[in-house]
Design a protein around this ligand. Structure first.
Ligand code: CTP
Length: 418
């Protein structure tokens, strides 16, 4: 078991060489300072899973701030301390950053609270965390380097692909953990155990009391990872959307739309005007769209971009511009003001499969500019709103194949001026 739980070889294999060396150095300083230091949190989970993670968090049994100063003495670099929290960030000369916390405070708060003398404060630190898979530590002390500290069977739960809270009030204390659970479920393709899911369902109404900032912070991470449509669906099962007035009966439509959006970007990301991935906010808007309550999403539109997307999608939904329009030019007249991202939201709507709009988007991206403002001026037109209207008309003529060269564009312009 001792051997089984020694992760030294795994760490050496998986971590970048510089990180591995740095952790060993930290262990040397710990041993020389007669204190114990542990790698903790997500990186431990990811070492066991064999996934990269460059967030290095360590906890010092004792005075973390004092320890961070010792690291600077031993190896150089810079340290930034946060005295109130007993935490520090050490930047190694190579640029690697290490977050350091102390576990001494709890030691004085609760003497003898836990029977395991050796690691009692560490164990308390781990116990306060979200899930067992995130509540493991790896000892960095020279003699025990690589030794796994796993008081809550996190490793077993990793093997079982299970997300499990450490205590019943976990979600009540911090409802964002429900969104974290959904994130780890989709990222690793794990599931919460029945008890944890039950606790999530009992606590989900606490979500309503959270600020949009906190909710968005988690949702953005959730919808930016792989399988966003799966996450969208899971949030229905966890009654998340329902807290914001959305009915569970929209699940299938929303999931399909999410999948199509995901697929679209995977296959068609060659569009110049589209990013590699849709904005996370697009996935967020899907349930509000099918609920016919895009206004309900307004309080979550915190950035300029969110607001723009929300406004465009609300407008497009209200106008349904491509319902009647037939040729490219007409589509352009209606859709020119809208971003490709918002248009793609509609193309991926489960009710449409709009080749026409897709062709339009492609044509719009490759629209040649035969005439500039300068050309208009030289032809005697006065700069002003007229300019954009003439240029729009020209774009429409180009899209409808009425103008195909620069010469034809000039001819078109002169006829127009006449
Ligand atoms: N944590 C927690 N409750 C939260 C947020 C974080 O208990 N609401 C704990 C978890 O134990 C987590 C650690 O703090 O492992 C670090 O948090 P964070 O960096 O957000 O999470 P990671 O697990 O590293 O997730 P990721 O891999 O997505 O960075």
């Amino acid at each position: 078991n001792e051997l089984h739980n020694n992760l030294r070889a795994k760490m050496k294999n998986q971590l970048p060489e510089a990180v591995f060396q740095l952790l060993k150095e930290i262990g040397t300083t710990a041993t020389n300072s007669n204190t114990s230091v542990f790698l903790i949190g997500g990186i431990v989970r990811d070492i066991i899973l064999g996934r990269p993670n460059d967030d290095i968090d360590i906890v010092v049994e004792g005075d973390g701030i004092g320890f961070s100063h010792q690291l600077v003495k031993d190896y150089g670099g810079e340290v930034k301390t946060h005295e109130d929290f007993g935490t520090a960030t050490w930047t190694h000369p190579t640029g690697l950053k290490i977050d350091i916390t102390s576990s001494r405070l709890e030691y004085y708060d609760h003497p003898a609270a836990l029977p395991d003398v050796e690691h009692s404060t560490l164990k308390e630190d781990l116990y306060r965390r979200d899930f067992t898979i995130n509540a493991m530590a790896i000892c960095l002390d020279q003699k025990k380097f690589g030794h796994l500290v796993d008081p809550f069977q996190g490793k077993t739960h990793l093997e079982e692909k299970t997300i499990k809270v450490l205590y019943n009030l976990s979600f009540i204390e911090d409802p964002t953990r429900i969104l974290r659970a959904a994130r780890f479920e989709t990222r690793f393709q794990f599931s919460m155990d029945d008890h944890t899911k039950e606790l999530a369902l009992i606590s989900i109404d606490k979500m309503k009391a959270l600020s949009a900032t906190r909710i968005n912070h988690e949702l953005e991470k959730l919808f930016t990872e792989d399988y966003p449509s799966q996450a969208l669906k899971r949030l229905f099962e966890l009654q998340f959307w329902q807290q914001f007035g959305i009915q569970g009966s929209h699940l299938t439509q929303c999931f399909t739309h999410g999948q199509r959006l995901e697929e679209f970007y995977k296959n068609k990301h060659s569009y110049k005007t589209l990013d590699q991935k849709p904005s996370w906010f697009m996935y967020f808007l899907i349930p509000f769209y099918y609920e016919n309550d895009l206004k309900g999403a307004q309080r979550f539109a915190l950035t300029k971009k969110d607001n723009k997307l929300l406004k465009e999608i609300s407008d497009l939904k209200a106008q349904d511009p491509w319902k009647h329009s037939s040729d490219m030019g007409e589509l352009h007249q209606l859709l020119k003001p809208y971003s490709a991202e918002s248009i793609v939201f509609f193309i991926t709507n489960e009710l449409r499969d709009d080749e026409r709009v897709l062709n339009y988007l492609q044509a719009r991206e490759n629209l040649p500019t035969y005439l500039t403002g300068e050309d208009l001026k030289n032809s005697g037109l006065k700069p002003g709103p007229l300019f954009s209207s003439v240029l729009l008309d020209l774009e429409i003529a180009v899209l409808n194949d009425q103008v195909q060269t620069k010469e034809q564009a000039f001819k078109w312009l002169h006829e127009k001026i006449k």
